[in-house]
Ligand binder design. Sequence first.
Ligand code: C2E
Ligand code: CA
Ligand code: CA
Ligand code: CA
Length: 281
Amino acid sequence: HAKQDRHAVRRFHANLSDSALERMELEQALRVALDREEFCLHYQPIVDTATGEVRALEALVRWQHPELGLVPPGRFIPLVESTDLIVPLGEWVLREAARQLATWRQARPALRVSVNVAPRQLAQPEFAGVVRAVLDEFQLDPQALMLEVTEGAVFGGPGGDDHTARVASLGLPLALDDFGTGYSSISRLHRLPAQWLKIDRSLIQDQDAPPPARSSRPIVRALITFAHEAGVQVVAEGVERPEQWRDLREWGCDLIQGYYVSRPCAPADLTWGPWPVPSGQ
Ligand code: C2E
Ligand code: CA
Ligand code: CA
Ligand code: CA
């Protein structure tokens, strides 16, 4: 099937069409990849804005394809998330992240790992049991593992289920991911007991947008204020330049994540900081 897989992935890569047939071919290739354990996790540091110390790592999945090399999640996660394949893949991600975290915690007992959770995973009645089994298997404190969820996944779309209660009952810390994309609503922060609000990188990168685009600076500052009033810490995603870090620090943003600090890396390539905090003017 290797040749077939290759064709399916190439075509998907080329983004020529997403006809039903091609989706089925890619889906089949992904099924085989799951059997062969061709996935791996990279980790990106989430750093204290004031001290430059690493507080957590976000686990980000990659597909280690035998011929195509490392395939980024943007190429396959949307399809996977639209099928039940996300359930076994999501479970693999959770278990692998927990296994890795348990070994890191021996030297860094306060370290956390955050894992992305797709809407379909949350909708599974078995999800809570899977999370508990994974924590038990690696004897992890529930506070050590964070779940990153989007508003869409938790609150549902039109006619969608509201998973707020179920997510809260897991007892794991939650991060509300990609905030500022889609129809974000700050008022929902009061309903979801999230520890973190992750501001999407589009808002961080528009901070210094050239005219005529409006700068997102006032929005970012307001989000930080609102989140703090709700008792929620703020993570700025997509920090690529020292000026952004400096501004975010001045505005009281708690944590930053982005290429300026580190790209996502394989465990062996991680650097642990602390990173030097850009100084004021
Ligand atoms: P995300 O959850 O918003 O993850 C952050 C993405 O932003 C990552 O892309 C990361 O590499 C990228 N990023 C971090 N810092 C910067 C920066 O400074 N500049 C820019 N331009 N990008 C930055 P990645 O790893 O390609 O992942 C893309 C998306 O795929 C993730 O977005 C997430 O939605 C999804 N994904 C990744 N891993 C998983 C997973 O295990 N399960 C599920 N369901 N989705 C996942
Ligand atoms: Ca995320
Ligand atoms: Ca995000
Ligand atoms: Ca995302």
